[in-house]
Design a protein around this ligand. Structure first.
Ligand code: MD3
Ligand code: FE
Length: 214
């Protein structure tokens, strides 16, 4: 149904590291409807800065939509079906979000991707995300799809060990990356966001990560 919105890519692109497919401006003209749906989600589940298990406040502001949401507090990292701020279920994943994630996964050869969680990250000038692995999901054979919106960021990706060398690439508004296969457990992070302005988004970067978590 939605495939025609994303049909500008017809053949499988080359992975830029094994298993990871970078789809430049895959969002295209869908950015406005996506942002419209995002505003609805944030009205129900506003930005918040979560605590790490060690008691630090994360500089990235977060929210979630979908059946499950990623949460962090003094008890640890986990997926939860209720928003701890409201006690209510996370907002439903909008069809526009799901269609984008599934179309991108399909381009990368993952036809069966069924995300049940979308973590929404907001970066302001200076906000960074330290090198980490995503290991809170049940099935690492399922990819993670990430969507970048707003100010460009330097994405850092290492190897399977924290000490492995770290490569850098810029992710700009509309870029989508499908992280599957051997890239799924790579260390990754975001360098401090530069104080820049994006015409549609202002001085922020928003990243959506779609996961099959449960
Ligand atoms: C590589 N988010 O939410 S997106 C995260 O831009 C996260 O907000 C960053 O890392 C952001 O966990 C990076 C790119 C990304 C997301 C998940 C991955 C790369 C990944 C999982 C495995 C390998
Ligand atoms: Fe991550």
């Amino acid at each position: 149904m939605h495939d025609d919105l994303f049909s500008h890519l017809t053949s499988t692109p080359e992975p830029f590291v094994p298993g990871a497919y970078l789809l430049r401006d895959f969002v295209g003209q869908q950015d406005q409807p996506l942002l419209h749906d995002l505003q609805r989600i944030l009205a129900q589940a506003p930005w918040r800065h979560m605590q790490t298990p060690g008691g630090l406040t994360m500089s990235v502001a977060m929210s979630n939509c979908g059946k499950l949401g990623w949460v962090s507090d003094r008890r640890g990292y986990r997926y939860a079906s209720l928003d701890p701020l409201s006690g209510l279920p996370w907002p439903k994943m909008p069809p526009s979000f799901e269609a984008l994630a599934q179309s991108a996964a399909a381009v990368a050869g993952c036809e069966q991707f069924q995300p049940d969680a979308c973590l929404i990250n907001r970066y302001e000038s200076g906000t960074k995300l330290s090198l980490h692995q995503d290991k809170d999901e049940r099935d690492f054979s399922q990819p993670i799809v990430s969507v970048s919106l707003g100010v460009a960021a330097i994405f850092l990706f290492g190897g399977l060990k924290r000490s492995d060398p770290v490569l850098r690439t810029e992710l700009t508004h509309g870029d989508v990356v499908v992280w599957g296969g051997p890239s799924r457990l790579r260390y990754h992070g975001i360098a401090p966001l530069k104080p820049e302005e994006h015409p549609l988004m202002g001085r922020v970067r928003i990243n959506l990560t779609f996961r099959a978590a449960g």
